[in-house]
Design a protein around this ligand. Structure first.
Ligand code: UGA
Length: 430
């Protein structure tokens, strides 16, 4: 099918590329002309395993192209996806001005029947508003359908998540767009759940909030484990083996971060409360999650006695492994706060160093080799669970440190091994 995606950010670019790989002809649109030129030249603005190769291949096969013109995209496609940012506003509610702007641009370019699919994470009832906007600004009598098709990909495994989804949610207001949506997703061989528009929009916020709740729950269980000398990884395994609970998202650590969960949890609270439903449960989740960095720092402070002038080596800056994304990263927050307290930090991240540089004070050094953070360090922190950190030469690291102390905020390393190497080793809930 002929498709276009408006917005070539994380979701837009990966979705467009995977739809092209599935055999469709896809035009990716972005209003940033410089970005479009870079994409045309094969330069990918984000790190995502497998993406670059897929973009290159599909551009070569002429199934994937880039433009800054929404008009051109609308004219040349049957289905138009909206994948623009929906950032949080100061009060936690969602800024829908990009979605509204794109809806108007599409309306002004419409000349015949099109399906307009919203992929951005939006509050319930946004699809209705998009339809109203298109009716208002589009040519009189032009036919169209608005569909909600939330995206569930995770950064770091976006290509794999998109190509092998657990399910595809399609919210519609009429039967007419259903066949086309099934045809688009047929190559993915995943169950397609057809719902009404509002339910599809709610599924996304409800799912992300539930996952954030699950992470927060295990983090509280970890605190109980710490106080009772139990091991949260064993507890999580025992709990997660119950098929009704499931093992995923029971990894205790530094709490949830990134550009989705914090924003979606606070948006969902506002959405519910505006509809008259008190959501104290998720308010508590937000509060507990926000308190986790301080709990972690307190452990480090207690061990160091005073933070000022202590040398700290930090492994990890990205908000999780396999991504260069440092937005709302707990690792960044921890580094920044330690520097504010007078510690001297050396940090490393396999992919996120460059983006972290823009967010961290100049006094924090970012090094290119992981081992180098250990040089003369009083303490070493694991703040992102990059698997390659497990394979470091920990004997050498110990010899480089002034005092061999590790605070593993991600439970990445093996406690018995670290202790047998002579480290004073502290992790989360075990
Ligand atoms: C999340 C959802 O998992 C995706 O399904 C959704 O499409 C996406 O948000 C979105 O709304 O766009 P993402 O933010 O990329 O994806 O990352 P996750 O893998 O979900 O991790 C989120 C945070 O939770 C990270 O800070 C991670 O370290 C933390 N986490 C995750 C834990 O602390 N413990 C876990 O067991 C799992």
């Amino acid at each position: 099918m002929k498709l276009s995606i408006i917005g070539s950010g994380y979701v837009g670019l990966v979705t467009g590329t995977c739809l092209a790989e599935a055999g469709h002809t896809v035009i990716c649109v972005d209003n940033n002309e410089a970005k479009v030129q870079e994409l045309k030249a094969g330069k990918i603005p984000i790190y995502e395993p497998g993406l670059e190769e897929l973009v290159r291949r599909n551009v070569q096969l002429k199934r994937l192209s880039f433009t800054a013109s929404t008009r051109e995209a609308v004219a040349n496609s049957e289905v138009i996806f909206i994948a623009v940012p929906t950032p949080p506003q100061e009060d936690g509610s969602v800024d829908l001005s990009y979605v509204e702007g794109v809806a108007r641009e599409i309306a002004e370019a419409l000349s015949g029947y099109r399906i307009i699919v919203d992929k951005s994470t939006v509050p319930v009832k946004t699809g209705e508003k998009v339809a109203e906007t298109i009716r208002r600004y589009g040519p009189k009598g032009v036919e169209f359908d608005v569909v909600s098709n939330p995206e569930f990909l995770r950064e770091g495994s976006a290509v794999a998540d998109l190509q092998k989804p657990d399910r595809i949610v399609v919210g519609v207001a009429s039967e007419r767009p259903v066949a086309a949506m099934r045809a688009i997703y047929e190559p993915f061989q995943a169950p397609i759940i057809i719902t009404d528009l509002n339910s599809a929009e709610l599924i996304k916020h409800a799912a992300n909030s539930f996952l954030a709740l699950k992470i927060t729950y295990i983090n509280l269980v970890a605190a109980v484990c710490e106080a009772s000398h139990a091991d949260v990884t064993q507890v999580a395994e025992g709990m997660g083996s119950d098929a009704r609970i499931g093992r995923a998202f029971l990894q205790a650590g530094l709490g949830y971060g990134g550009s989705c969960f914090p924003k979606d949890v606070s948006a969902f609270i506002r959405i519910a409360e505006e509809l008259g439903v008190g959501f104290g449960l998720m308010r508590e989740v937000e509060k507990i999650n926000a308190g986790i960095p301080e709990k972690f720092l307190k452990k480090i402070r207690t061990s160091l006695w005073t933070m000022k002038d202590k040398k700290v080596g930090q492994l990890g800056l990205a908000f999780k492994a396999n991504t260069d994304d440092v937005r709302c990263s707990v690792a960044i927050e921890i580094a920044r706060r330690m520097a504010e307290e007078g510690a001297k930090l050396r940090c490393h991240d396999p992919k996120g160093g460059e983006k972290a540089r823009e967010l961290l004070p100049a006094s924090i050094e970012i090094v290119g080799r992981a081992e180098d953070v250990a040089l003369g360090a009083d303490v070493l922190i694991v703040a992102t669970e990059w698997p390659e950190y497990r394979l470091l030469d920990w004997n050498k690291i110990k010899s480089l440190m002034r005092t061999p102390r590790i605070f593993d905020g991600r439970n990445l390393l093996n406690p018995a091994e670290m202790k047998s190497l002579g480290f004073e080793y502290t992790s989360v809930g075990r």
